[in-house]
Design a protein around this ligand. Sequence first.
Ligand code: SAH
Length: 266
Amino acid sequence: MPAHIEIAMLDKIRIVLVHTSHPGNIGAAARAMKTMGLSDLALVQPKSFPDDEATVRASGADDVLAKARVCENLDQALEDCHLAIGTTARDRTISAEPLMPPQAAQRALQGIEQGQRIAILFGRERSGLSNEELDRCQLTVHIPANPEYSSLNLGAAVQVLSYALRIASLEMDSSEQKSDKANTSALDCRAEANALESFYQHLETVMTEVGFLEQTNPTLIMRRLRCLYDRSEPTVRELNILRGLLSATQKHRHPKIETETNDASD
Ligand code: SAH
């Protein structure tokens, strides 16, 4: 693959650092990204940024730091992204089995070939990503480190994932799927992560309204449903149908109350 195509693909990947405490780690992450050809960095409520320590550790990657976006919350950081991949140093119970970096990188690159933007989320140095933050991710990835000592330094974890992405971009044969993309309508593309999140909120509201969520553990049920829908990678058109169904359910129960309007007719 020509070098410029591979670089353009890596431009569609956003590294999101959530609540980073040590500015040095932000610099190390920027350096790790730049060595592998990535440049889109978003920082959700970093403890201190900009910071000299970050600039020092970035070494020559201060351009990545200079255009890093500081975000108030995950919604902002995930703007325009279709797929969010959460990194985890531990096994978590409910979410689907985490992928290994090469598989996660391959999934990310396949998404990019279909016109998607991808976010990879990294957690706090002390406690990683919260369950709620992992709920926002359709996939998770775990670096299969020494099980007795599996937590990498944040900058090192960014390096491993960035390397896997670079290798995947070099290996990917983009030519066939590109021609498919030209024929795909926007409605048949994968829905964005924030649109999926609005669907989950709407689903939870309706499930509560009809009394379904009262009886059992609502958080657990919602988490399992998220896994189910995340696995099916719904398109914009499919999500419109689901939102339409939810709105119709609300309208049926309360015909006089205005419900959210969703176009289920395509
Ligand atoms: N003590 C925390 C680890 C935090 S390490 C915990 O138990 O979750 C900081 C971040 O580095 C993690 O949130 C994750 O983004 C990344 N990281 C560290 N080790 C990793 C591993 N083995 N696989 C994937 N990500 C890892």
